[in-house]
Design a protein around this ligand. Structure first.
Ligand SMILES: [Fe+2]
Ligand SMILES: [Fe+2]
Length: 475
């Protein structure tokens, strides 16, 4: 068990004090990070005492430490999962060789790009969620938002550590640039599309943490297989933090559904206008939010066919989800995988070399995992006796990246013409009216134990505290 040294300016379990150059570089970056947090982190929150968890060691149980913390004083730092001295590369052309402790020259540019791309998503999500604290539906939810925000901040630290430690001057410049790009900025946006979208309200936040943090889980899992051992160890520890983010999303949407179903049953109606008039979110709006967040998130996996994906895998930089549990040869030469394409207005499947389709493989793993949670949401409706069910839209719906980009497709998977798309888009994706309605529900409810009328309370509190615990002290 590797314990984290909190006596240092930058908490770490990588013996930072023995590497003076690196320590100086990171101490130089730290004030810029804190400035970014003050400028772009959760609005108006710097003086609050928040009941947050901080890791004390890097096992999953290491998360047991809860206390009140002012967020700018959160102990961000550098925590890598335990090293396995005998670790071997378990896929690609270097399969069976010892894992790399240093970056091989020929893979330097690709590894740097992968680390920067992952790193860029972390501060982006904090920026996207910056204003949500002002409209929290409860003190419990507010605390969960802040917990996610500080952990995304730490994920940025994790990637910046790798850049500083292994990529010299280029790495230091990239680390600065991670604090300069800004989500949604016209001139200097974040790298990936979904991280420039707005997260305007708490329904969007729950959908984001359910779907888009789950993209994080799959990307981090693939990087946790990397032959470059420091990247594997860093991302492995980040995964322990990601689980809570997805829990917030899944349970958040469940609680919204629970409240909606309750209102529908009380009023004996499925009329969306009546549900709205009673202050709950109608199921149609929830489905449209789901369609949007799902489709934007599956774009994050990239083009369905990609020669880069093949290079990343064959050279050992990025594996598949649960690479170690798969029973094939882990080299994948000569194997094929099915991808979708539209030919003459018809959606067809075609076989392509699997190595080129690894983005699609990861996307399909994500889809399976996402669908499981949507089924758990449907259980809430089923239990309440509501016949409506939520579904994830077809993989080709509303895509902007890859062979399916720009194809007009209904959520149930029919290629539609421009006229039908234009006529029915408002049934399938959130409309300005939906956003305005959800926004109208967003008031600030932060008395302990009180909840906004559009969401049910959780079954239990955080760290076995009661639901009406004082999770945030406003001071
Ligand atoms: Fe993250
Ligand atoms: Fe996350």
């Amino acid at each position: 068990m590797s314990t984290i040294n909190y006596s240092e300016k930058i908490p770490n379990n990588v013996n930072l004090s023995e590497d003076r150059t690196l320590q100086r570089a990171l101490e130089h970056w730290q004030p810029n990070y804190l400035q970014w947090w003050r400028d772009m982190g959760p609005e108006g929150s710097n003086s609050f005492d928040v009941y947050l968890r901080t890791a004390i060691n890097v096992t999953p149980e290491g998360w047991a430490n809860f206390d009140y913390v002012k967020m700018p004083d959160y102990r961000w730092g550098i925590f890598l999962a335990q090293q396995d001295e005998n670790r071997k590369v378990n896929f690609g052309e270097h399969k069976g060789e010892a894992a790399w402790q240093e970056v091989p020259g020929e893979h330097r540019a690709n590894l740097r790009r992968m680390i920067v791309t992952q790193g860029d998503t972390e501060p982006a999500s904090v920026e996207q969620q910056r204003h949500l604290g002002l409209t929290a539906p409860s003190m419990y939810d507010l605390r969960n938002l802040y917990q996610i925000n500080v952990e995304e901040g730490r994920h940025l630290w994790a990637m910046v550590y790798l850049l500083h430690k292994h990529f010299g001057r280029d790495g230091r410049e990239e680390a600065e640039a991670l604090l300069q790009r800004q989500s949604g900025d016209a001139n200097n946006p974040r790298i990936l599309g979904a991280f420039n979208e707005k997260t305007p309200d708490w329904l969007a936040f729950f959908m984001f943490t359910y779907f888009t943090d789950r993209d994080g889980k799959f990307q981090l899992s693939a990087l946790a297989e990397s032959a470059f051992d420091p990247l594997a160890r860093t991302t492995k520890f980040m995964l322990t933090e990601e689980a809570h983010h997805m829990f917030v999303g899944e349970s958040g949407v469940s609680r919204v559904l629970q409240r909606t179903a309750q209102v529908m049953n009380e009023l004996k109606t499925d009329d969306p206008q009546k549900v709205r008039a009673a202050g709950a979110i109608d199921l149609g709006t929830i489905q449209r939010y789901l369609n949007f967040h799902y489709s934007v998130t599956i774009d994050l996996f990239g083009a369905d066919q990609s020669s880069n994906a093949a290079i990343f895998y064959s050279s050992g930089l990025k594996g598949r989800y649960e690479e170690g549990k798969r029973t094939d040869d882990h080299v994948l030469k000569g194997q094929t995988y099915k991808v979708l394409e539209v030919v003459n207005g018809q959606l067809i499947e075609k076989d392509v070399p699997m190595l080129n389709a690894l983005n699609e493989v990861l996307r399909d793993d994500f889809i399976k995992d996402s669908v499981a949670g949507v089924q758990r949401w449907n259980k809430v409706l089923e239990k309440a006796g509501i016949p409506t069910r939520l579904t994830v839209p077809h993989k080709a719906f509303n895509r902007q990246i890859g062979a399916l980009a720009g194809i007009k497709m209904s959520p149930d998977g029919r290629v539609v013409n421009e006229a039908e798309w234009a006529a029915r888009k408002s049934e399938w994706l959130p409309t300005p009216d939906d956003f305005a309605f959800v926004a109208s529900l967003m008031g600030r409810v932060v008395d302990p134990g009180k909840f906004a009328g559009w969401i049910a309370p959780p079954v239990m509190g955080i760290n076995r505290q009661p639901v009406d615990f004082e999770y945030v002290r406003f001071g």
